[in-house]
Design a protein around this ligand. Structure first.
Ligand code: SF4
Length: 378
C-alpha cells in the first residue's frame, strides 16, 4: 500500500503501517520498536504541544498502548555509533591518511547521493552503520535466544523522522542471512496517524520510560537529531579532558547553529583538527568539490541531507523555520537535562562491550557496513 506525500501524488512513498498493525495482532510475533532522537521534539505538535517540547515519555506510553511488546530509544544506537565512529576517526588520524576527511555515515540520503554523484569518496565515508541499523542488529541478536525458547519471531520496527530510512532498511547490506535487522520503518507522521486511529489522547497520557535492558542513553545520543550533533557527540568522546569546561568548549567551537555549512577548529590531543558540518545536499556537493580541488581541507565532515538535520526530515510534520529553531532548541534542552552527557559513560554501552556482552568481539560484524561501490575506488 502506498501513501501520497505530495499534494499532486507525484511522489509516493511505501508505507508499512498495515504490516505493523498485522504484526501487532499476531501472537507468534514479538514486535519491538525504537524511536529516533528527532521524533521527540516534533510528534507532539500534531496533538497541540509546542514545537520543541520533548514528548519522548508520552511517545513510549502511546506506543505501548498500540500493543508493541518493547519500546526503546534510538539514542542507544547513537551512543553505539559514537563509540565506533570516534574510534575510526582516531585511527584515521594516527594513520596519517589525510587527503580526504572522514565523512559521517548516519544519513542514508547522503550515502545514496555519494554513491551516485561522488563514488570516488566512498572509501572515505565511515563504515559505521547508522544508529537505527546498529540498534536494529543489537535488538535482533538480543531476542534470538528468547525467540527460539518461546517459538516467536521478533519484528523490529523503527520510528524515524525520515523517508530515506525506509530505503536504508531494505538495502541488502543491512540484511543478515537474508533477513533485515529493521523490518519496518514508520515515519513520525505515520505514527501520528496510528495514534489517532487508536483514539489515544496523546496530550492527556502520562510519560513512561523505555524498556530494560536498553533503557539508558546519553545526551550525546539525543543531539544526533540536529545538524552538528554527531560531530559534537564524537568530540565529547574523543577529547581527553572530560570536564564541564571541555563540554562548553566543544559547544562554542562553531558546530552549533542553523547555517548550512559550519566550520570549527578544535585542539585534539596536541593536534588542531579542522571540522566541517554540512546540512543540505547542495551544500555537501559544493564542499566536496572544494575538497577534491584542494581548495579546502578537513579532517572530519558531518553530512546530513536535510537542512538543519533530522529535526526537519521529510517524515516529520511540516513546520516553518521558526518552529525548526524551536525543535533544535528542544534537542539541546533534552541534552542539557540528560544526566549522562557522553556515550562512553552510558552503562548500557559498557555492558554491551564488556564482560562477555553481546558486542564483545562482534563489533565489526554487527555495527559496520561496507557499501558495494566503496572498494572499487580504493
Ligand atoms: Fe533522514 Fe534527513 Fe536525517 Fe538524513 S538528515 S537521516 S534524510 S531525516
Amino acid at each position: 500500500q502506498c501513501a501520497a506525500v505530495c499534494p499532486t501524488a507525484a511522489i509516493k512513498v511505501k508505507t508499512d503501517m498495515d504490516k505493523v498493525w498485522r504484526s501487532l495482532y499476531d501472537p507468534s510475533k514479538r514486535v519491538v520498536v525504537q524511536v529516533a532522537p528527532a521524533v521527540r521534539v516534533a510528534l507532539g505538535e500534531a496533538f497541540g504541544l509546542q514545537p520543541g517540547e520533548d514528548s519522548i515519555g508520552r511517545i513510549f506510553t502511546a506506543i505501548r498502548m498500540l500493543g508493541f511488546d518493547a519500546v526503546y530509544d534510538t539514542c542507544v544506537g547513537a551512543d553505539l555509533t559514537i563509540m565506533e565512529e570516534a574510534k575510526e576517526l582516531a585511527e584515521k588520524l594516527e594513520n596519517g591518511d589525510d587527503r580526504f576527511p572522514l565523512f559521517t555515515s548516519c544519513c542514508p540520503a547522503w550515502i545514496r547521493f555519494a554513491e551516485t554523484r561522488h563514488p570516488d569518496i566512498l572509501p572515505y565515508i565511515s563504515t559505521c552503520k547508522s544508529p537505527m541499523e546498529m540498534f536494529g542488529a543489537v535488538l535482533k541478536e538480543y531476542y534470538k535466544e528468547k525467540d527460539a525458547e518461546e517459538e516467536k519471531s521478533t519484528i523490529s520496527v523503527a520510528i524515524m523522522p525520515c523517508v530515506a530510512k525506509k530505503m536504508e532498511a531494505v538495502r541488502e547490506e543491512f540484511k543478515r542471512d537474508g533477513i533485515p535487522d529493521v523490518d519496518y520503518v514508520i515515519t513520525t507522521k505515520e505514527l501520528i496517524r496510528m495514534i489517532r486511529e487508536s483514539g489515544i489522547q496523546f496530550d492527556e497520557i502520562d510519560p513512561e520510560a523505555p524498556d530494560m535492558p536498553f533503557s539508558i542513553s546519553s545526551g550525546a545520543g539525543v543531539i544526533f537529531g540536529v545538524t552538528g550533533g554527531v560531530t559534537e557527540a564524537a568530540l565529547r568522546r574523543l577529547v581527553q579532558e572530560k570536564s564541564t569546561q571541555a563540554l562548553r568548549d566543544i559547544k562554542f567551537s562553531g558546530i552549533r547553529g542553523m547555517e548550512g555549512v559550519k566550520e570549527a577548529l578544535l585542539e585534539l590531543n596536541g593536534r588542531t583538527l579542522r571540522i566541517g558540518v554540512v546540512s543540505g545536499l547542495g551544500n555537501a556537493d559544493d564542499l566536496i568539490e572544494k575538497i577534491k580541488s584542494g581548495e579546502e581541507h578537513f579532517d572530519f565532515v558531518e553530512v546530513m541531507a536535510c537542512p538543519y538535520g533530522c529535526i526537519a526530515g521529510a517524515g516529520q510534520p511540516f513546520c516553518h523555520k521558526v518552529d525548526k529553531k524551536e525543535r533544535i532548541d528542544g534537542m539541546y534542552r533534552s541534552d542539557k537535562a540528560a544526566p549522562i552527557k557522553r556515550s562512553e559513560e552510558n552503562p548500557v554501552i559498557y555492558t554491551l562491550y564488556n564482560n562477555g556482552g553481546l558486542l564483545e568481539g562482534r563489533e565489526h560484524e554487527l555495527l559496520h557496513v561496507h557499501y558495494a561501490g566503496a572498494h572499487a575506488h580504493e
